[in-house]
Write a protein that binds this ligand. Structure first.
Ligand code: PEP
Ligand code: MG
Length: 325
């Protein structure tokens, strides 16, 4: 079976009824990119750039970042790379930023929330990404966005960075597709507003799950409640995807849920356009995807959205028969 999966790595990720779905990889460092592509990734759906900032005494400068980002884009060739800007602060401690202890780090000062205080650091990162973007197909993604003002501020910084690079005569991309991670549930209700400001969305199901249910993602005592496959989570996904699709915006998923083959038919049926996962999971996901019929998956999703518990959903999934079995 492993051989079958490896063979699938070189095949198109398309359903039996001919719909192409993007299967991408999550990476934490530039070094992981070649293995991702060897596993058949059609792009990098989440580059967790904060890894470059962690476990050191000072931030990487613009040139160091540029080189790492450029390397991934060169490895990617025609494929797309989504750079998630640094998701630091909160529980991801960075000694040189002096953010301090917080009582509730997951509800605290992290990701997009710290950028206005550390504008120079954020600008350096934008400049490095924009410079690298001249060498490939790059997209920019902002973590933990909650208000529209946050993204308007980011766009302002992006425009300033582009203007400065132009003035300095440094090679750079003069525009870049911009997206947000959907990790804060409130965003779900104003997706239409965000559609006017960004090009795409990617659901960060790891954080989304904990914020939607008020369940700490790292606390074993409430681990039984930490399950994204519930009626509320699925309704929220459906709502996000329906609004985004009406406005021609695509929706990906880059949390752990995106790599769970058991839920692939359901998520596909809900309309998820792109799945980004640990690269070792891609061959299995592609093998399964190539056996699925999108219209059957849509029927499954409609049926499952009527379920009243996680257990009922799991039962329905157990009964779902693959077309070729
Ligand atoms: C997520 O929250 O689902 C996500 C992909 O981001 P991270 O796991 O890096 O917080
Ligand atoms: Mg997250």
């Amino acid at each position: 079976q492993r051989q079958q999966q490896l063979a699938a790595a070189g095949l198109k990720a398309q359903t039996v009824d001919g719909v192409e779905i993007e299967l991408a990889a999550n990476i934490g460092t530039a070094l992981e990119a070649p293995a991702a592509f060897a596993n058949g990734a059609e792009g990098i759906g989440l580059f967790r750039t904060e890894m470059l900032f962690m476990d050191r005494d000072s931030a990487p400068d613009e040139q160091e970042q540029f080189e790492a980002y450029q390397q991934v884009l060169l490895d990617a060739g025609e494929r797309t790379v989504i750079f998630r800007t640094m998701d630091i602060g909160g529980d991801k401690k960075i000694s040189y930023l002096n953010i301090g202890e917080e009582e509730n780090p997951f509800l605290g000062y992290r990701a997009v929330r710290i950028y206005p205080e550390f504008t120079d650091l954020f600008t350096q990162q934008l400049r490095a990404i924009l410079r690298a973007a001249a060498w490939g197909n790059a997209r920019l993604m902002i973590p933990m966005v909650h208000t529209l003002d946050e993204i308007l501020w980011v766009k302002q910084q992006l425009n300033n960075a582009i203007a400065a690079l132009k003035e300095e005569g440094l090679r750079h991309a003069s525009s870049i597709e911009l997206g947000i991670m959907i990790e804060v549930p409130s965003v779900c209700f104003i997706i239409d507003h965000f559609c006017d400001e960004v090009d795409f969305f990617s659901i960060g199901s790891n954080d989304m799950t904990q914020y939607l249910y008020a369940v700490d993602r790292n606390n074993p005592r409430v681990a039984h409640l930490y399950n994204p496959i519930t009626p509320s989570f699925l309704r929220m996904l459906r709502q996000i995807i329906d609004v985004a699709h009406k406005r021609n915006r695509w929706v990906g998923i880059c949390g752990e849920l995106g790599g769970e083959t058991r839920y692939l038919p359901l998520l596909l049926g809900l309309g998820v356009d792109e799945f980004s996962m640990s690269s070792t999971r891609i061959p299995a996901a592609k093998t399964l995807l190539r056996q699925l019929d999108l219209s059957a998956c849509k029927a499954l999703a409609t049926q499952i959205c009527e379920c009243r518990s996680g257990e009922q959903i799991e039962q329905q999934l157990d009964q779902f028969i693959l077309p070729q079995q």
